[in-house]
Design a binder for this molecule. Structure first.
Ligand code: ADP
Ligand code: ZN
Length: 432
């Protein structure tokens, strides 16, 4: 066993004891080592003595993305720089990036949770891992790399992009597990299909995350690549990938709750929601040293289930991410998530899972256009069949999201492919 004190199959009371103990240690740590957290706690009149169990979490302050930006670069660290051995940063869409610092112990924790992720997908030291997440400041590449090494697998640190070389090495080295974003997995799947080399590959599973993707997209990737596709979830602020992972049952991601305590809150009232309800995911890290975070609001929307999984693991599971509150578009007053559009499109056998949403303003009203690629085998000059397909997609979007979208069918391969996180929305209203 590579994990001794903690486990993903603990009895609930044992897990709770461990979490209580670790939460107390973390609160002591941030109170004494972080000016930021000490003053936040003092403002709220809370001291470490008030925190005995995880039920006391609600007494603690939230941390939000702007707090991390305001503390750029190292203001949220709870360890001296002499103990920090690695720095990562998330791209962030606006302003300064968010920086994370890891002590040696944090790197060990990260490898451990990633090794668990891969083991839950049935992988072992006998696997050959092709790591096609980007290496660098982004946590995807190195996070997966060290996890696969800890598992004892053979690791190919190829990074993202260079699709032909990816496929060549995948063939020659006999890679059995692929790690990359779901968008890049789809791109690779198409290229493999075009090159007609699927039968030469030994690939049998993939660990895909870093961006939202639907169940329909999972089936598409599984069918195209003839593999089992596991969802993996994480974010730089918490540790990187390895916060939660799919098991073979693929029925919600198991959260590594011996390291990361989840809560779901109503983003308006900030109160916890009832079990099973959808809301904003919040995490408190309970073993990190470099940059522990307390009640970090992820902006990711999901729900939790505490039922034991059919795989036997007892850890709490999170539903696939339904979207990020900042990805939510409000079009003509209606909330629209890109994932809803993805699900609709993949119901149509003729539509490829490549799309782009354009939102703009004209004559004082929002315009909503969805460009959809048609699968090569379905693309035709027969205008009436294309018009019919367009009308059917428009009707389905209307019934699912409640407003009309103008669908434009575009030629196969005309929508840009992504080797990392895909960008599927252009909202020009922001320019006004
Ligand atoms: P950046 O801010 O540069 O995107 P991160 O890589 O830290 O940096 O992004 C983390 C975010 O990516 C999460 O908060 C979540 O929104 C998204 N994400 C990560 N993994 C998944 C996943 N498996 N499913 C859905 N969204 C994910
Ligand atoms: Zn399970």
């Amino acid at each position: 066993m590579i994990w001794n004190e903690s486990s993903e199959c603990m009895r609930p009371d044992e897990m709770r004891d461990l979490q209580n103990k670790r939460l107390r240690t973390t609160v002591e740590r941030v109170y004494h080592n972080s000016t930021f957290y000490r003053s936040r706690m003092q403002e709220m009149g809370v001291s470490p003595m008030d925190i005995e169990t995880i039920d006391d979490l609600v007494k603690l302050p939230f941390t939000v993305k702007t707090d991390l930006r305001d503390q750029y670069p190292f203001g949220l660290f709870s360890a001296p720089m002499s103990e920090i051995v690695r720095l990562h940063a998330s791209s962030g869409t606006t302003g300064k990036p968010i920086v994370a610092g890891y002590t040696r112990k944090d790197l060990g924790t990260w490898s451990e949770v990633m090794a668990r992720t891969f083991a839950a997908g049935g992988c072992s030291r006998n696997d050959i891992f092709q790591i096609a997440y980007g290496y660098g400041l982004f946590t995807g590449g190195l996070g997966a790399h060290y996890g696969a090494e800890m598992l004892g697998a053979s690791v190919i640190p190829i990074s993202a992009g260079n699709t032909e070389k990816q496929i060549q090495l995948m063939t020659d080295f006999g890679s059995t597990a692929l790690c990359c974003t779901p968008s890049y997995a789809l791109y690779l799947a198409e290229a493999i299909q075009e090159m007609g080399v699927r039968d030469k590959l030994k690939l049998r599973c993939g660990f895909f995350g870093a961006e939202p993707w639907t169940e329909e997209m999972r089936r598409e990737i599984e069918n195209k690549l003839k593999i089992k596709a596991f969802d993996i979830f994480g974010l730089t602020e918490i540790i990187g990938p390895g916060v939660a992972y799919d098991c073979e049952a693929q029925s919600g991601m198991h959260i590594n709750e011996d390291h990361f305590l989840p809560e779901i809150i109503n983003p308006q009232t900030l109160q916890p929601v009832a079990p099973g309800e959808i809301g904003e995911l919040v995490f408190t890290t309970i073993t990190k040293e470099g940059m522990p975070v307390i009640r970090y609001r992820t902006k990711d929307l999901t729900s939790l289930t505490y039922e034991t999984c059919s795989c036997g693991r007892t850890s709490v599971r999170m539903h696939k991410i339904m979207g990020r509150s900042d990805d939510m578009l409000i079009i003509r007053g209606v909330n629209v998530f890109p994932s809803q559009i993805e699900s609709v499109l993949l119901e149509f056998g003729e539509a490829a899972p490549h799309y782009h949403i354009f939102v703009d303003r004209a004559n004082n009203t929002d315009t909503f256009e969805v460009h959809v690629e048609v699968r090569p085998e379905n693309f035709s000059d027969d205008l009436s069949s294309m018009l019919n397909l367009r009308k059917r997609i428009e009707a389905r979007i209307q019934s699912v999201v409640g407003i009309h979208a103008q669908v434009k069918l575009v030629e196969p391969r005309s929508i840009e492919r992504s080797t990392g996180k895909a960008k599927r929305v252009t909202d020009n209203r922001k320019l006004y």
